[in-house]
Design a protein around this ligand. Structure first.
Ligand code: HEC
Length: 471
């Protein structure tokens, strides 16, 4: 007589999934895995949290320039638990970034990227890049003043890429100007394209972790030799290996839970990031600042000389990625213990000191328009009435001053205009002011004809005797 199968046995017979899950759960891992091994699974937990809260937000978010801001206002102020949901998505993103960084540093310091785990490292670096892109595109979807300004900087970055820059800028904005096609694009990127990449790469990453095994805690003096590593690793597992669940996994579980609870707490107590005012190209007195984990990068851009900015903006992310990807290529064998790798430890300390200092600089908003710049005085202007004086007042009032310096007065976002008339003709200045640039607003619709004429009269006086391009 045929024996009846339980539903679980039936499922396993048809799919093999039950056996697979059980074998993954109890597969042997090296003993002595301590708390420093929990950060990878914390990233996964934070990611799952992002997916869940993201889907929650998706049910109400409107991805149009007219509706995005209001829909977020509605979620934050009116929707039941909406503020908590937004808060969790916001703090969850921070948690994910932080956990990835800690995980990466741990893997680097314990030399776990060495043979045979070079591609674990490589896929991890790509996951970091995609996560950064997720964080950036997520910020843009707020579509407030801050978001639009961040995107202006981002587009500027791509727009300066050699050869394909213009095309890339066009591609990101979905046209010539920042508008609804831009937001649709960012939305597709944040909700479909990047998540699909993220899930597939995370799958590959986890598969590689299972295939190559969790790295055993490093022992000073015992290096990696690719010709013997695998057989030694296997016999070590046979002799001393412990089952993943529960021996090692309970720590992962407890820590992941702690991360989720911390996110919940922050979302509840601190709440989501405050929405800036709605975007308005004529308003520069917002605090255009990306979320904190990008501050250091924007600070680098702000502190660089204007002529270098163009190259660094575009090349730096690729350079960082290349350096990170080449780590296992540079050394995939030898010592793993940090005690025996002082250079590696010094590099980590150096890089994080730099990032900390730059983050501080970015926090002080060096790179953004200076909204508290003292206005130009009659002293600097040279006259105290007439069109030139009126033009200088336009310069004060229409925020030119926030970005441009005149004889030491003003912000440093744009070029110094102290002697602009030496460099540009009146027509060239008109062109720039009317049309703006990637990082300068379009003033054509903001200034009246008289204001424009006065402004140009004023700028025409910014000339050193004996210099000049002539009219
Ligand atoms: C948000 C910051 C910002 C504001 C506000 C701003 N600018 Fe600019 N401006 C810039 C930047 C950045 C550049 C350089 C653009 C480029 O070449 O990529 C620039 C370039 C210029 C140039 C060309 C300078 C050169 O050396 O080529 C002129 C002239 C100028 N701005 C005038 C003005 C005037 C007049 C106003 C006010 C009506 C104004 N700007 C407001 C950021 C700003």
């Amino acid at each position: 007589m045929k024996q009846r199968k339980t539903p679980l046995q039936w499922l396993n017979d048809r799919t093999g999934l039950v056996n697979l899950i059980v074998s993954v759960a109890v597969h042997p891992v090296p003993p002595g895995a301590r708390w420093k091994y929990v950060f990878g699974s914390a990233v996964l937990a934070a990611f799952i949290l992002q997916v869940v809260t993201g889907i929650g937000l998706l049910t109400t978010y409107v991805s149009s320039t007219g509706g995005a801001y209001q829909s977020l206002q509605y979620i934050t102020d009116k929707a039941p638990l909406g503020a908590l949901l937004r808060g969790m998505h916001y703090w969850g993103a921070s948690a994910m970034v932080v956990m990835i960084i800690i995980h990466l540093v741990r893997v680097f310091l314990t030399g776990s990227y060495k043979f045979p785990r070079e591609l674990n490292w490589g896929s991890g670096v790509l996951l970091l890049g995609i996560t950064a892109a997720m964080a950036f595109s997520g910020q843009i979807m707020r579509w407030d003043q801050n978001a639009v300004w961040s995107l202006v900087v981002g587009t500027e970055m791509s727009g300066r890429f050699p050869l394909i820059g213009t095309w890339l800028g066009y591609f990101i904005m979905g046209g010539d100007v920042m508008g609804s096609s831009t937001l649709s694009r960012i939305f597709a990127v944040h909700v479909f394209i990047l998540p699909i990449l993220l899930v597939s790469l995370a799958g590959l990453h986890l598969y590689l972790v299972l295939r190559n095994g969790v790295s055993e805690p490093p022992v000073p003096g015992r290096g990696v030799d690719p010709s013997t590593y695998r057989s030694e690793y296997q016999s070590m597992l046979r002799e001393k290996g412990v089952p993943f669940w529960p021996e090692a996994a309970w720590r992962d579980f407890v820590f992941a839970l702690a991360v989720v609870l911390a996110v919940l707490l922050l979302a509840w107590v601190v709440g989501p990031s405050k929405l800036d005012r709605p975007p308005d190209p004529s308003l520069i007195n917002a605090h255009p600042r990306p979320d904190w984990y990008f501050w250091w990068y924007f600070a680098v851009l702000a502190l660089l000389p204007y002529s270098l900015e163009n190259y660094v903006m575009v090349l730096a992310p690729f350079l960082i990625a290349l350096i990170l990807l080449s780590v296992p290529l540079a050394s995939n064998r030898g010592e793993r213990h940090p005690e025996r790798r002082p250079l590696a430890v010094a590099a980590v300390i150096f890089i994080f000191s730099c990032i900390a200092a730059l983050t501080l600089a970015g926090w002080r908003e060096n790179w953004s328009p200076r909204v508290n710049a003292p206005p130009l005085t009659a002293d600097i202007i040279g006259v105290s009435s007439g069109p030139v004086y009126d033009g200088a007042m336009v310069f004060n009032e229409k925020a030119c001053l926030y970005c441009h310096t005149i004889e030491g007065h003003g912000g440093k976002r744009g070029p110094d205009l102290s002697w602009i008339a030496d460099r540009l003709t009146r027509d060239q200045m008109t062109l720039r002011i009317m049309n703006g640039a990637y990082n300068m607003p379009v003033f054509g619709r903001i200034l009246s004809t008289t204001e424009t004429e006065n402004l140009l009269d004023f700028l025409a006086t910014r000339k050193r005797p004996g210099f000049g391009v002539g009219e």
